[in-house]
Design a protein around this ligand. Structure first.
Ligand SMILES: [Zn+2]
Length: 552
C-alpha cells in the first residue's frame, strides 16, 4: 500500500473528526465519535493493515451501559464485529473510501443494537447456541454421546478434573469415546441429567438467567408445557439427595443445559424442595451448560439429506489402494453403527513399503496385516464403529458375507472379481455387489453395480476376442498399460489420486443406493489429460450368451 493511499485514509479520518493517538503495538489508533440514536458514542479505530485483508478494529470506548447485556456483535470489552470476515472486500487502492465504509457500517450496526429490538432478538435467536455457550461467565462443556430419542434422563460421567462431562447411558461407549478424546478415566456422577424437549425457540432475554428464579421465569415465557414439566419434576423426582441438579433441554436450535446446587438448611422432601427453590433458594446461582451432540447419530448424518449406512452389514474385500481409502469414507457415512451395523474388512496381504505411496496407512503399520491395521486405524478415530477384520483369501470367505446388505469388491483384481461374481450367482444374487477398479495407469476409474437379473454381471464386461482371448466390451484404453516388473512380480503404476478417485466413485454410488437410485450401474470417470475412448456411464444389460450368468 503506497504512502499516497494511506494519506487518503488519514484525510478521511481527520474529516470525520478522528484524531491520531499514535501506535498501539503495530496498530495506528484514532479516537473519535459515531452518532447513535442515544447520543454520540466514543470509539477508537485501530488500523494495521492498509491492504484491508484484516478489517480495522473498532472499539466502543465509552457508553457501554447503553447497550443491552445480551446483544450480538459487540463483546464485553466494546469490540465490534461490523463486517463478517471476508464478507466485504475493501478497496486497497482507495483507503479513504474503505475507512469511510467501515465507520459507516459500524455506526449502522451500533444503532441497530441500541434501538432495534427485533434485530437483536432475531440475530441472537439465529445463533442462540453460540450466545448461550460463550456469554460470560462461560458455559461448562457437556457432551452428549448416547441418549435414546425419547429418553427422560441420562447418566452423567465427569473427567478426572470435573471440568468436562459426557452424557450417556452406555458407560462402555462413553469411556471409549473419552479415551479416544484423551480424557482418561471417567467417573460416574451420583445423579442423572434430566432431559426435556420443546419445539419452540427460547425467548431472548436482556441477559441469560443467572439464578434459579430468573431461570423459572424465563421458562414460563418460553414454553408453558416445558415449564410445567420441569416444575413437575421438582415436585416428584427424588434427585434431591444429590448435590447438583442438572438438566438439558432440546429445542429447534439444539441442546442447552443448566446445573445448580441448592443448599437447603436440612434434608427436604421433593415437595419441600420445590417450595424452597421458589422461596429462600430462589437466588441459587445457576451454571449454564454448553451441550454438544457428539453422538454417532449426529456425526454421521449431519452432512447428509438422506439416511446413512447405520444398521447395514457391509463386507469390503480389498484393503489396498482403493479399499483403504474407501473404508474410512464408509465409516464416516455411518457404516458399523447401529445394533446390526458391521463393516467387515477382508485382505490377505501385509502392508509393504511399495504400498505406502498410495495407501491410507503409513509407516507405523508397515509389515502388519492390511485388514487388521486398517481396522485399528479407523477405530482409533471412530471408537464406536463396529468393525471386523479377516486376513484371509477370498476363497476362504465363509458364505455368511452373502447374507450381508452389501458386498464391495475393491481389490481391482479381475480374477478375484470373477470368483466373487461366481459365488454370488451360485447363491442366486442374494445381495447387491459393487465392483470398483482403476483402469490402466489410472486413466480412469470404473465401477459396476450388480443387483438383479436385469443387470450385467461382472463376467458380462468382456467379450471373446481372437487375438487377446477376452477384451473389454466397451474399451476405454487405446493402448496396453505400462507395467513395471520387480523380479517375477509385475505391477501397474498409478498415483495415489487413482485410489482416491475410485474410492470417491464407490462412495457416490453408495450414496445413490441409500437414496434408492442405482443408475447408471456401470460408471466410468476419466482423468482430464488422458487420450482414451469415451465410454458413457450407463445401465449395462447382461451379455447374451454370458458363460457366467446366462441361465442354462
Ligand atoms: Zn454375465
Amino acid at each position: 500500500m503506497g504512502r499516497e493511499a494511506v494519506a487518503a485514509g488519514l484525510r478521511e479520518l481527520a474529516a470525520r473528526g478522528f484524531s491520531s493517538m499514535g501506535y498501539v503495538g503495530e496498530q495506528r489508533m484514532f479516537r473519535g465519535t459515531l452518532a447513535s440514536p442515544r447520543g454520540p458514542l466514543s470509539v477508537a479505530i485501530l488500523i494495521q493493515d492498509w491492504d484491508f485483508l484484516e478489517y480495522p478494529t473498532i472499539i466502543v470506548t465509552d457508553g457501554m451501559k447503553k447497550f443491552p447485556q445480551l446483544r450480538p456483535h459487540l463483546d464485553l470489552h466494546g469490540g465490534l464485529c461490523y463486517f463478517a470476515r471476508r464478507s466485504v472486500v475493501l478497496d486497497r487502492y482507495d483507503a479513504g473510501t474503505a475507512v469511510a465504509q467501515c465507520l459507516e457500517q459500524a455506526q449502522a450496526v451500533l444503532g441497530k443494537i441500541l434501538d432495534d429490538r427485533n434485530y437483536v432478538v432475531h440475530d441472537i435467536q439465529n445463533e442462540f447456541l453460540v450466545h448461550w455457550d460463550r456469554a460470560e461467565p462461560r458455559a461448562m462443556p457437556f457432551y452428549l454421546v448416547g441418549v435414546a430419542p425419547q429418553a427422560r434422563s441420562a447418566r452423567i460421567h465427569f473427567d478426572q478434573a470435573g471440568n468436562l462431562a459426557l452424557l450417556s447411558d452406555n458407560a462402555e461407549e462413553a469411556q471409549a469415546l473419552a479415551s479416544c478424546m484423551g480424557w482418561g478415566q471417567l467417573s460416574e456422577a451420583m445423579n442423572r441429567c434430566w432431559l426435556f424437549r420443546s419445539d419452540k425457540f427460547p425467548p431472548v432475554p436482556d441477559r441469560f438467567p443467572a439464578a434459579v428464579e430468573e431461570f423459572f421465569s424465563w421458562l414460563r415465557q418460553w414454553d408453558q408445557r416445558l415449564s410445567h414439566a420441569i416444575q413437575h419434576h421438582f415436585a416428584t423426582d427424588a434427585a434431591y439427595e444429590y448435590e447438583r441438579l442438572v438438566m438439558a433441554v432440546h429445542m429447534p436450535a439444539g441442546w442447552i443445559g443448566v446445573m445448580f446446587a441448592p443448599r437447603p438448611p436440612g434434608k427436604l422432601t421433593c415437595g419441600q424442595m420445590k417450595a424452597y427453590l421458589h422461596g429462600r433458594g430462589s437466588s441459587t446461582p445457576i451454571q449454564r451448560l454448553a451441550v454438544t451432540d457428539v453422538s454417532s447419530e449426529f456425526v454421521h448424518s449431519r452432512n447428509l439429506s438422506f439416511k446413512n449406512l447405520t444398521g447395514k452389514r457391509i463386507t469390503l474385500v480389498g484393503c489396498g489402494a482403493i479399499g483403504s481409502q474407501l473404508a474410512p469414507a464408509l465409516v464416516r457415512l455411518g457404516a458399523g453403527q447401529g445394533q446390526q451395523g458391521l463393516l467387515r474388512l477382508v485382505d490377505e496381504e501385509d502392508l509393504m513399503a511399495e504400498n505406502l505411496g498410495r495407501h491410507y496407512l503409513g509407516y507405523n503399520r508397515l509389515g502388519q496385516p492390511k485388514a487388521r491395521a486398517l481396522r485399528d486405524e479407523i477405530e482409533r478415530q471412530f471408537p464406536l464403529a463396529k468393525l471386523e477384520d479377516l486376513s484371509k483369501a477370498v476363497q476362504d470367505l465363509r458364505l455368511d458375507v452373502m447374507r450381508d446388505d452389501l458386498l464391495i469388491d475393491a481389490t481391482g483384481d479381475q480374477a478375484v472379481s470373477e470368483f466373487l461374481n461366481g459365488q454370488w450367482l451360485d447363491a442366486k444374487r442374494p445381495l447387491p455387489v459393487l465392483y470398483v477398479w482403476i483402469k490402466g495407469n489410472g486413466e480412469c476409474v470404473q465401477s459396476l453395480w450388480c443387483a438383479g437379473q436385469e443387470d450385467a454381471c461382472f463376467h458380462c464386461l468382456r467379450v471373446p476376442d481372437a487375438e487377446v482371448y477376452r477384451k473389454d466390451r466397451h474399451p476405454v484404453l487405446k493402448r496396453a498399460p505400462e507395467l513395471k516388473r520387480l523380479g517375477c512380480h509385475a505391477f501397474t503404476p498409478y498415483a495415489v489420486s487413482s485410489g482416491l478417485q475410485a474410492a470417491a466413485l464407490a462412495t457416490d454410488i453408495i450414496c445413490d443406493w441409500l437414496q434408492g437410485r442405482m443408475s447408471p450401474r456401470f460408471r466410468t470417470r476419466c482423468r482430464e489429460n488422458v487420450d482414451v475412448h469415451h465410454v458413457a456411464s450407463t445401465d449395462l444389460p447382461p451379455l447374451s450368451g454370458c458363460l457366467a450368468c446366462t441361465p442354462r
